[in-house]
Design a protein around this ligand. Structure first.
Ligand SMILES: Cc1ncc(COP(=O)(O)O)c(C=O)c1O
Length: 417
């Protein structure tokens, strides 16, 4: 635990959702005259007091620029900042903090990797992604493909939202250079079997990049067990602040690929004749970093790691089971994404209703969900829909809130369908 951590109501023994909810002040408010039911955690999760206090304390007691070593305050800020990096290393079970790069989020991390790998890509090379990727794991590769003559090739998805492994096996080939795949789909909730995919890709010398944005809020990925080349996530979906995220990378590859941005901090020596790069991880961290945000993310990880993980995962599974059980109570409702292995995310449509109307009408009842294409337009095309409504649950959601969602949907269906 970092010295910025504070006492939480939640404890390690068992899982008391009422106690957990007291750690998230934003949840106990009224929205549109109704108690807030926050079911948009896939877009961004709420923050426990531990995170708010850690950032507040950082600014009140220790803010200064980092890595300057000129005075005591700077030392304190640097210790807090690098302490957070160590917390991330521990969370991911990475071997070294040299492998933990701060970015602005998943999007920036994937752009960093795609640009870093660009010099290795040639005309006709293939970058394998999946049909269920977020745009953040499609567009940076398309931009790099445009520059290099490589091609972005999507692995197909089964109608139930599981990855089509036959498609993967047939597409992973001689020309594949990169496999860039999501660990968990933000639309479908599908948990992809990335360990065997990484193993197969590695056996062919293919570089593996995993988008963990929707995985880390629900379970802890182990870098040494997965053995991927790159893994990335955003703090704000993991109960931490916005504006910061993480890129984990294999050390040798991080040494080899060029920096993403130039400026202060990322250099060893600058002259007009020749500039050399700083050591890892600083080579990829140009400019003053998001220091308070790093501290906040460290506190968020400490908070989540302070919970009884097994009990938390069981509580989340119960939320999904309850939601699935209630689908039949809303006439015309159907779920998109029914994979065997999925996190508590429910994308759905209701016959005769536009997803954005569902979202607006639920909001009037204090229930926050997301509607639209979820930054996954190719997947929407696959299902032949312009968008879906999506309820995405976190460990602080209750079974009563699931019931409220369905009571709300029943009302809307009766009124408008
Ligand atoms: C699977 C997935 N990848 C990437 C992203 C992009 O994350 P960010 O906007 O924090 O960079 C998201 C955000 O919704 C996501 O769900």
């Amino acid at each position: 635990m970092s010295d910025l951590s504070v006492a939480n109501n939640a404890s390690k023994a068992g899982f008391d959702v009422a106690a957990v909810r007291r750690d998230f002040p934003i949840l106990s408010q009224q929205v549109n005259g109704k108690p807030l039911v926050y079911l948009d955690n896939g877009a961004s999760a709420q923050k426990p007091v531990a995170v708010l206090d850690a950032m507040d304390r950082y600014y009140r007691e220790m803010h200064s620029n980092v890595h300057r070593g000129a005075h005591s305050l700077g030392d304190r800020a640097t210790t807090a900042f690098e302490g957070a990096r160590e917390t991330v290393r521990r969370f991911l079970n990475a071997e070294s903090t040299r492998q933990i790069i701060w970015t602005r989020g998943t999007t920036e991390a994937i752009n960093l990797v795609a640009n870093g790998l660009a010099p290795r890509l040639r005309e006709g090379d293939e970058i394998l992604v999946s049909h269920m990727e977020h745009h953040a794991n499609i567009v940076p590769w398309q931009m790099v493909a445009e520059r290099t003559g490589a091609r972005v090739v999507p692995v197909q998805v089964h109608p139930n939202g599981e990855l089509d492994l036959d498609s993967f096996n047939s597409l992973l080939g001689e020309r594949t250079r990169v496999l860039a795949i999501t660990h968990v789909s933000n639309v479908l909730g599908t948990v992809n079997p990335i360990a065997p995919l990484i193993e197969q890709a590695k056996a062919r010398g293919v570089i593996t990049v995993v988008d963990g944005a929707q995985a880390v809020p629900h379970f802890r990925p182990d870098m040494q067990a997965l053995d991927c080349d790159f893994y990335t996530f955003s703090s704000h979906k993991l109960f931490g602040p916005t504006g910061i995220g993480v890129l984990y990378g294999r050390e040798q590859l991080l040494e080899e690929i060029p920096p993403y941005q130039g400026g202060g901090e990322m250099i060893e020596r600058v002259s007009f004749e020749r500039t050399t790069w700083n050591t890892l991880p600083y080579k990829f961290e140009a400019g003053t970093p998001a220091i308070a945000e790093a501290v906040g993310l460290g506190a968020a990880i400490d908070y989540v790691e302070g919970l009884d993980r097994q009990a938390m995962e069981a509580a989340e599974a119960a939320l999904l089971t309850r939601a699935n059980d209630l689908v039949g109570t809303v006439p015309g409702m159907s779920v998109i994404g029914t994979a065997q292995n999925k996190v508590p995310v429910l994308s759905f449509k209701i016959e005769g209703l536009h997803p954005s109307d569902i979202g607006t009408l639920l909001d009037q009842q204090g229930i926050a969900i997301r509607t639209g294409h979820h930054c996954a337009m190719p997947l929407m095309d696959f299902y032949g829909v312009p968008g879906t409504a999506r309820a995405s649950f976190a460990f602080y959601n209750t079974l009563e809130e699931v019931d409220q969602l369905f009571t709300g949907l029943q009302k809307i269906q009766r009124l408008f369908a």
